[in-house]
Design a protein around this ligand. Structure first.
Ligand code: SAH
Length: 240
């Protein structure tokens, strides 16, 4: 489902920043953390400003590329500059309008999970804790089912995530995680920009081993491409 404009705080922030060159605070709430904010200018990062794991993903992307949850289009624009062919999709119509105005040649308002969307790609990108779009552990099956339909048999998915275990680190360096609880990387978020408040949603952060386990369950193999500076990493998923 696409986001209604009055429930799309990130899209409103992206549109404001695009139009005026600045934006006010994009506030982030979660039942698990203190209130935080997303600096809106980071959503407009250029290739040089991107974390190395994102740069790696863009360098490896080839053929027909799908950028899922493309936001302001920062990755799509960088790919176009490299001469690559990219389709950018997002559930935020406000963001898609901005992408089109910024020169993303093929930007469309589409939900990854909309089954009418049926094209095949050589590369699928999910960046900026892109695993979040899986939602929660129960969402794995639905996610991999979509990937199977959208990816060419020889294609690759590049997805980044973070292992949130560092939030549970004890003073002695051990990790105290209650395995009877739900998976520790499951976070609920809600965002607000000015008066625009979005609905709460689940966003899954996942450690590499757990990702690899589920990938295998659903017919994919996962490789660890590289690690970032703080428990973050880039994974490549391909059909087994
Ligand atoms: N990739 C961008 C934006 C990351 S924020 C960047 O790195 O800057 C996550 C984006 O995913 C948001 O723009 C949100 O609207 C979009 N999104 C969330 N769920 C989606 C879905 N089911 N299908 C397509 N896009 C989605």
């Amino acid at each position: 489902m696409l986001l209604p404009k009055d429930k799309d705080p990130m899209g409103a922030a992206i549109a404001d920043y695009h139009r005026t060159g600045r934006a006010s605070t994009l506030r982030v709430f979660s039942s698990q953390f203190d209130e935080d904010e997303i600096p809106v200018d980071t959503l407009f990062r250029t290739l040089a400003d991107m974390p190395s794991i994102e740069q790696r993903a863009l360098a490896m992307a080839r053929g027909k590329i799908l950028d899922v949850g493309a936001g302001s289009g920062c990755h799509a624009l960088a790919l176009q500059k490299m001469g690559k062919e990219v389709t950018a999709i997002d559930i935020s119509e406000l963001s898609v309008e901005v992408m089109q105005e910024r020169g993303v040649e093929d930007a469309r308002a589409i939900d990854l999970y909309d089954e009418h969307f049926m094209e095949r790609y050589d590369t699928i990108l999910l960046l900026m804790n892109g695993s979040g779009i899986i939602g929660n552990i129960e969402g794995m099956e639905r996610f991999f089912r979509r990937m199977k339909l959208l990816l060419k048999p020889s294609g690759s998915i590049y997805m980044d995530s973070s292992d949130l275990k560092y939030l549970f680190e004890e003073e002695d360096g051990s990790f105290l995680i209650d395995i009877a609880d739900e998976y520790y990387g499951l976070v609920d978020f809600q965002m607000q920009y000015k008066q625009v408040k979005g609905d709460a949603f689940d966003w899954l952060y996942i450690d590499f081993d757990t990702l690899a386990y589920y990938a295998e369950q659903y017919g994919f193999t996962a490789e660890l491409v590289c690690q970032g500076e703080h428990y973050d990493y880039l994974a490549r998923l391909s059909m087994a």
